[in-house]
Design a protein. Structure first.
Length: 179
């Protein structure tokens, strides 16, 4: 049995979970999320917890068992606490600022790059180089962070670019002078 899939998902106070055929809806103080699921697994709410079981022992059912349990867990945590990530902008003259619903990034290109902020994501900028992102959907938050990072990923020689706060950029030594 899946080690992750067999664990029940506890439902904290203030969170409501509804199970419809083929769909799970989670409501909390921060918002509402829904997730469709395949008929290979069965989702039930019992004793203040969500339990995911698989209907057969096929490889696909085994794979989906842990996946749907983790997706439901992320939805419960998202609507009750939310998720957040931090991006750092490194480089001389590189900076980030917030204008209306646009994140404006000066990253050494000839023109500033404007990134439209989705409605379900909150963005704030500390100083010129620290971007704080938050939201209730872990998947959507990660996608937005990856899209922003993709504009100028960190390079290995000087470390310039956009990176996650806890990301370690492996540095290279570069050219050595030959005499």
């Amino acid at each position: 049995m899946s080690r992750i899939g067999r664990l029940p998902v506890p439902i904290p106070s203030g969170v409501k979970v509804e199970v419809e055929p083929g769909k799970v809806i989670v409501e909390g103080k921060k918002g509402t999320l829904s997730q469709e699921y395949l008929p290979n697994v069965e989702v039930k709410v019992e004793n203040g917890a969500v339990i995911v079981t698989r209907k057969n022992e096929s490889n696909q059912s085994k794979a989906l068992h842990g996946l749907y349990r983790k997706l439901i867990y992320n939805m419960v945590v998202g609507v009750s606490q939310g998720f957040s990530k931090v991006l750092l902008v490194n480089g001389v003259g590189y900076k980030a600022e917030l204008r209306d619903k646009m994140l404006v990034l000066n990253l050494g290109f000839s023109n500033p790059v404007e990134y439209p902020i989705p409605e379900e994501i909150t963005v704030s900028v500390e100083g010129n180089n620290r971007i704080l992102l938050g939201g209730i959907s872990r998947q959507r938050l990660g996608q937005v962070c990856a899209e922003i990072r993709r504009i100028r990923p960190p390079e290995p020689y000087k470390g310039k670019g956009i990176r996650y706060e806890n990301e370690v950029v492996r540095r290279k030594i570069g050219k050595t002078g030959v005499k």
